[in-house]
Design a protein around this ligand. Sequence first.
Ligand code: ATP
Length: 513
Amino acid sequence: MAKQEDVFKKVISHAKEYGFIFPSSEVYDGLSAIYDYGQNGVELKNNIKQYWWKAMVQLNDNIVGIDSAIFMHPTIWKASGHVDAFNDPLIDNKDSKKRFRADVLIEDYCAKLEDKAQKEIDKAKKRFGDSFDEEQFVATNPRVVDYRQRQKDILSRMAKSLDNDDLADVKALIEELEIADPETGSRNWTEVRQFNLMFGTKLGASAEAATDLYLRPETAQGIFVNYLNVQKTSRHKLPFGIAQIGKAFRNEIVARQFIFRMREFEQMEMQYFVAPGTELDFYEQWKEKRMNWHLSMGLGKENYKFHDHEKLAHYANAAADIEFKFPFGFKELEGIHSRTDFDLSAHEKFSGRKLQYFDPERNESYVPYVVETSVGLDRLFLALFSHCLKDETLEDGSERTVLSLPPALAPVKAAILPLVKKDGLGEYAEKIFNDLKYDFNLIYEEKDSIGKRYRRNDAIGTPFCITVDHDTLNDDTVTLRYRDTMEQERVPVSELRRIIDEKVNFRNLLKQL
Ligand code: ATP
């Protein structure tokens, strides 16, 4: 089996070679943790956005979308707590000179304990076969109980220390656990310090008159400060939601995982405004709905899990992550948070404006509570891309690389390929292209052998290849090749639109929700 690092390297090189993702400013040797999306990457990204937007806004008659500005009044970030508390604890290794997030070092240590517990469970499963009672085993096996208890103790001690700003204890924990720099093995650590993740910038023509601004570190605040505008103009009653897709910026301490952790990235967030006291029910509902949304893309149930938070952010009364099995292990893909009335109440206080909702059923005004779902678009991209990229050995012993994306999300839906350019085949193929281009994103290719063109399209995830040959001129049929099975069949040109649409329409995904 290929090593995890090799798989990840292949993902990164394939993304570049096939026009999905390029390092930003590459001719100047790049910019750390900033990436550009290429011609195929932007299509895949747009399709993911569309799928999320349709699932949120189109399928729910009480959710609407907005697009708020990246620049916002600086007091917003004071009110939201980001100026004072949007920090990560950092620690440097004095020998390797590498910087780490202290909390992540400790979490990774716990993930290793969990791996050990899981190994014990898998071993027992094999040994006992059908008679295996996992629940009982997990509750009674001394090793598993010990691994799990140790994780719990470590994480709750870390949560407590971070809450109390006791950074010396976070360092003490790292030392007690003998955590070393993963690459060099050195345990020569600096003290732990807090580091604010917001990027600052200035607004104004002259230096004296300029106002200090921040690049938003999350899109959510744009929704909070607009919630009453939207509520009044849409006339929605609670519960209702506001969805938004947009860029966010964080000066991440450690950014060595390709598009998993970037300094400029995109979030897809939805804030659901509910009556006080009902938030935990909605929180559970949204956890389930969001998990189903992920599962609908067919990457396999075993690759997702919930991780309930021990350490709650300053604004939350419940929080969980949906984790995905990336090539480097299970990591956060989406966060679901019950944010209470923290943000809206803070904006009331700092702005001096009332942000209350009049509830006609309760006959009272109150500040709504909020349940938030927040997923990183780039992380979703990475989940899909890394999972769907496969090397296959074919029956004749040859190899192919295929990107088996869900057809609705594939950058290009069909490739139109004249077998040769001459004898009028090129013109016929162009006619098909011009007829179907109003419905689907297509490519037209006449260079190289047909086999090479099939392989190139497999590698970017094109679900259909349509080959125009000499018979086409006589009977108006073409060869339709399916990406996943590589089967080929002869179909009338007049049927192409229907056949492609059946497979690539978003309906296929949306109906599963
Ligand atoms: P992490 O613990 O990985 O830093 P977080 O808990 O700070 O993430 P949230 O503030 O909950 O993340 O943001 C919601 C989502 O935004 C995350 O689930 C993730 O998908 C995405 N996200 C956050 N930070 C980044 C980043 N630096 N690069 C890419 N995506 C990100």
